[in-house]
Design a protein. Sequence first.
Length: 863
Amino acid sequence: MEKLLILDSNSLLNRAFYALPPLTNNEGLNTNAIYGFSNMLLKMQDDINPDYIVAAFDKKAPTFRHKEYGDYKAGRKKMPPELSEQFPVVKEFLKLLGVNIYEIEGFEADDIIGTIAKTAAKEGMEVYVVTGDKDALQLADKNINVLITKKGVSEVAAYDYDTFVKEFEVTPTQFIDVKGLMGDKSDNIPGVPGVGEKTAFKLIKEYGSVENVLMNIDSISGKKLKENLENYKEQAIFSKKLATIMVDVPFEGIMEEIKDKRETDKDKLKELLIKLNMKSVLNKYISSSDEEERVIDITELSNSEELKRILLSEDNKYYIAYDINESPLNSKRSIKTFVVSKGEDSNFIDMTNLDNHGFEVLKEFFEDENKIKVIHDSKALIKILNKKGIEVKGFEFDTAIASYLIDSAQSDYNIDRIVMLFIGDEIKGDKDECLKKGVVYLKELEERLIKKIKDEGMDELYYSVEHPLIYTLASMENIGFNIDEETLKELKDKFKKEIEVTAKEIYDLAEEEFNIGSPKQLGKILFEKLDLPVIKKTKTGYSTNADVLEKLRDKHPIIDKVTYYRQITKINSTYVEGLMALIDEDGKIHSSFNQTVTTTGRLSSTEPNLQNIPIRYEMGREIRKIFIPTNEDDLLLSSDYSQIELRVLADMSGDVNMIDAFKHHSDIHTKTASEVFNVPIEEVTSTMRSSAKAVNFGIVYGISDFSLAQDIGVTKKEASEYMKVYFDRYPKIKTYLDSLIDSAKENGYIKTILNRKRIIPEIKSSNRIVKALGERLAMNAPIQGSAADIIKIAMNNVYNRLKKEGLKSELILQVHDELILNVKKDELEKVNILVKEEMENAIKLKVPLDVDGNYGKTWYDTK
DNA sequence: CTGGTCTGCAA
DNA sequence: TATTGCAGACCAG
């Protein structure tokens, strides 16, 4: 006997949604109902093994029940958006599975189910109806099994005619009569007042139907019950009608349609399940035996001859992964394992003991532009090759960087992770195995990523900015920043003495020795021994951060000493000792610029982080004196964008007032102050200017009145007033920021000037704090990200022009809005102009970009 | 020895 | 109850 499985989709999704904890994919789409639904479906398929499956949905349009009874299902809460957004996805899922979906205007899913169930049973099918709604029990019949979900969605209780009668002692049809009498709160079916489940069953068991009950009211005991039955006769009949599931919805050729089975669209199903991050479901639908198992034939190349055979025997496209011997020192990094594939093969070679001939092979391979290379996370490899005098040509695509452009929020872009993310396969094994197995996925990854990048409109961003930037950064990192070790040692001694003296003073004031660096011990001294007022607490105890100490400084002389001690030990450990440990054999520091870390598109810098060298306070700023040019005669040039983020904001918002200010090269903070405080430019005080500056900063970050108030030390109300006036003066900024939030809410992401995408799952959160964060991200990311786009363009252009013009000056550092170059003395003027030109003309905005260049003998002096 | 927490540096 | 990062010190497990 053929089996038909009918899904009461609305009911099941509701069940799953409320039974399972919230679950989202990486884009913030809720998936818990989908997950529960698909697992339930899998279980049913396993248990029943149906020949056909159909899914019924409710339509939004009112049904005949609503039309006849205005209050039908009234009082039902509106479906939360976290659930409703999952409906289209489930429909897509079912469609790809080949399941027929039925939803008909004017009928509920129940009616569709009833009709299909009865029709199919009549035609000799064994029918299974799965639902979370007990109403459907009235459909139970000889060949119709109604499966009701129990606790959650994993288990079901099954009823056919016999089991139903056995349990309830009425027939399934009589169950409608029961409902007519008792009503149904959730559907707002009234029934007869005073008649509950017990009485209803009792009456129907005795009289068989609502009609018969009503004809025999006289013989029923109980005065009140009689009265109610008498008074609500019509309501009882009507309720029965409402509770009756239709079994005669007009369906033309429904059975033929159901039997006309469609195939599962495996490729698209896979894609959808990967997108939903539902690997476990995917595995069940597409078992590995179903797919051609990826044949991974891993070959070890044991000498340079074998390497040569793979790399040089023909012109081809090569997929490359590698591992390096990590070291904090650039000079000590080398290639450990080199893995190459021409598509399906995987060949690796242990580079540690490779002879010189091996590097000749690599040189011939990498410098041949007809041998096309796709490299996963190429920069470290390029750096090592470049150091050995090998250029890299014919390099077309970096799968790590491309993956970052598609989703910048991943914690890393190792091959195994992005294979899971974009292909859905799990690569098992340690780092080494992931590499060797992963290389065979690079071809498919490349194809998918190229398509995605094109679809997202990021061709220019990848091919003209990020990809060329790999070479620019590799060069900067290999060049490094020269260090004045003498001065550094002097600083070290100076700080060491200062720390000792300060510590002694603190011990004297505390009248005991303790670890000043331990917030726990310091807290004990300050708040218990010295009994200072507790300002703030942390999870683990008293807060002793800078803000707290600032508030306490009048209360005890120890506070200023502690603050000073903090500053000086911070500078000493992080910058003096930290930098000292990273000076390479060439006397330079070679920081790494990571291209795939930040969510906004900025670079980040590690080992060491050269993007947070102190500048605000003199004591820390001194650190900059140790950064010197490569050669004695050279100079350092620092060129920085003035207010690039506000200019980007002016451009993207199109606010005429702000655009004007930049066009006239006004001091934007003073101008803002004059607007917000309504005074002429000349009367702007420095306090006003710094408040305005804080507002401008706040706008860029996505502001709240609370934080602004805290920042500039006014009340929340005043801060709120500043913002209001600000938006009055720059009206288009307000509308622009709002439009960013709207677009993020609608699409789930925002884009920068170059279409760099940042997915913002937070904005869909039902937690209002998280959602508020999402809104700030939506406002900040396009601004910060566009500024990042612009300086990246400038970096490539500066790098290429210096090379093209045969100049010996070199780009060595980027600090978000600033480029630092090592400049030959006789090139200074030329390079200063060149850099300014390239930075200012990196992109055409509605406002000019202003670049200020400063040079000096040390980084400290470039001011 | 690792990972969590607190702290503080930059744009 | 402001965005993006990196890193050192401490400390519990």
